[in-house]
Design a protein. Structure first.
Lengths: 186, 62
């Protein structure tokens, strides 16, 4: 290294790795946006979070181990950022655990087609711990193992949250009258 | 209320045999976002990354 250079020159390998990293980031943008939007419920805020995750991921690329799960690594960055923001601003979430528990014991779900916007609205009424599992596995196609890695819990916990989240989501979508009533009285 | 335990319903990623409207709607959430045009702010970030890669190229060691 030249004594006058302020920092070492990047190797060709490092540059190639950066280009691969960049391509992986680009490919993941839709999934990051979906996850962020499902978590916070607001498009603009979600896109801000997804952008911030991109910037943080790029800045921390040296700490990513090639060959490990890039998607899980980026989802963890986004999720950590969301929970950090949530702790600072409690208005970001409006779910009420009491409502969610009461919804769970309402009438069983009916089988019929579901509108996407209804699902998006219903998701916002679920507890975050169920919502994030539904988003990771149901919307973004993550495996149980990936979701467990991202959230930092056991696979059994993921399965349990997924089952409860699915049940609650189906009830929220299929029983709007009941849910509205439950939401109002809570 | 009875405690929920992992059940057959938990197998969303593998539930390919019967149509599941909840699973289908969740996948559509992703597809809806993926089909949107990428906002300019994202493109700006990617441009900045590309510029950093490009500026490092002349100096890169073989």
């Amino acid at each position: 290294m030249n004594a006058h250079s302020p920092k070492p020159e990047p190797s060709a390998e490092a540059l190639a790795a950066d280009e691969v990293f960049r391509d992986q980031l680009v490919a993941l943008i839709p999934a990051l946006r979906t996850f962020a939007r499902g978590l916070c419920g607001w498009r603009d805020m979600a896109d801000d979070m997804a952008q911030d995750a991109l910037v943080r991921g790029w800045a921390a690329r040296a700490s990513f181990t090639p060959g490990t799960n890039f998607r899980a690594w980026m989802f963890m960055i986004l999720r950590n950022q969301f929970y950090t923001t949530l702790r600072k601003d409690k208005r970001m979430t409006s779910w009420d655990p009491e409502v969610a528990e009461r919804v769970l014991v309402e009438a069983p779900a009916q089988q019929h087609s579901i509108h996407v916007t209804d699902v998006a609205k219903a998701l916002q009424k679920l507890p975050l711990e169920q919502r994030e599992v539904l988003l990771l596995i149901g919307a973004n196609g993550a495996s149980y193992e990936e979701a467990a890695e991202i959230i930092g819990v056991a696979i059994g916990t993921i399965k349990s949250r997924l089952a409860r989240g699915r049940k609650a989501l189906a009830l929220l979508i299929d029983g709007p009258a009941d849910v509205d009533q439950v939401t109002r009285v809570a | 209320m009875a405690k929920d335990t992992p059940s057959k319903e938990a197998k969303m990623p593998h539930a390919e045999t019967a149509f599941d409207p909840v699973a289908a709607a969740l996948k559509q959430l992703h597809q809806a976002v993926a089909s949107e045009a990428l906002p300019d702010d994202f493109l700006r970030i990617l441009d900045e990354i590309d510029a950093k890669i490009a500026s490092a190229k002349p100096a890169a060691k073989k």
